[in-house]
Ligand binder design. Structure first.
Ligand code: C5P
Length: 245
């Protein structure tokens, strides 16, 4: 590792990445295998995602949350096979994404200052976005990556008609990674669990306890592979990038 990067890493605050990967991927319409294990360019999607964080000098450790029955195979066929040395713990995920993150948060190393949370099925995350997320988290304590919305978004009235049209200029399509100061995200998650509140991302848990969340620009390539069509797009992005890693 070049000396400059090494010194930047050692002088920085300790960063842990949590990858919730315990979803069953029902929208992929494939019953046998969860979407994070589907092959993309010959490797499971999850491996692509993990390798970006593994190779990122600003990340100290990775905690992976997966399904209870997948622990042994994941350790053998993913963590060992692909030499993922930063994956320090593989924890059992929960019923919902937020439960999986909560389980992982309990296992974060004691000297951790910043937690990044990243969907297992966003393999096109880049080191540059990770670095910017960390830098902004040092300043703002809570950061969400996002891209501006390009579609017109309307709110329905529940009866198949439009209630109103939202002002697109102020809308963001939220992505991951999201970055948080450790004590803030622990408090936000604990409060949400105690109060039985479930959000679709971790930033919403921080918002509800009154802390501002900074939005920073992500990337349109950082797609969440959710449907069979997303997998076709993902193969195209991978080809365009010209590598299988
Ligand atoms: O369900 P959704 O597409 O929002 O999932 C986003 C991420 O959360 C995926 O990486 C998925 O594996 C993970 N997840 C989880 N535990 C659950 C549900 C989803 O770790 N119970």
């Amino acid at each position: 590792m070049p000396a400059k990067i090494e010194s930047e890493r050692s002088s920085s605050l300790k960063v842990t990445t949590i990858i919730p990967a315990a979803g069953r991927g029902e929208r992929m319409k494939i019953k046998k295998v969860s979407k994070q294990y589907l092959p993309l360019g010959g490797r499971p999607i999850l491996v692509h995602t993990l390798l970006v964080f593994e190779k990122c000098p600003f990340v100290e450790e990775i905690i992976l949350a997966i399904g209870e029955t997948e622990i042994d195979c994941c350790q053998r066929d993913i963590v060992k096979r692909f030499g993922l040395r930063k994956v320090k713990r593989v924890v059992v995920g929960g019923e919902r994404r937020q439960d999986s993150v909560y389980n992982a948060l309990k296992m974060v190393r004691e000297d951790c200052h910043i937690v990044l949370i990243h969907d297992s099925v966003r393999p096109f995350i880049t080191r540059e976005i990770i670095q910017r997320t960390i830098e902004e988290t040092k300043v703002h304590k809570a950061v969400a990556t996002a891209v501006p919305v390009t579609d017109t978004i309307k709110e329905g009235n529940g009866l198949g008609f439009v209630e109103r049209t939202l002002n697109r200029d102020r809308l963001w399509s939220i992505q991951t990674p999201q970055g948080f100061e450790i004590n803030l995200i622990k408090e936000a998650c604990s409060r949400a669990q105690e109060e039985n509140f479930y959000g679709t991302d971790e930033a919403s848990l921080v918002e509800r306890i009154g802390h501002p969340v900074k939005v920073i620009e992500g990337s349109h390539e950082n797609i969440k592979i959710t449907t069979p069509e997303d997998l076709i797009i993902a193969e195209a992005i991978l080809r365009e990038r010209g590598s299988g890693s």
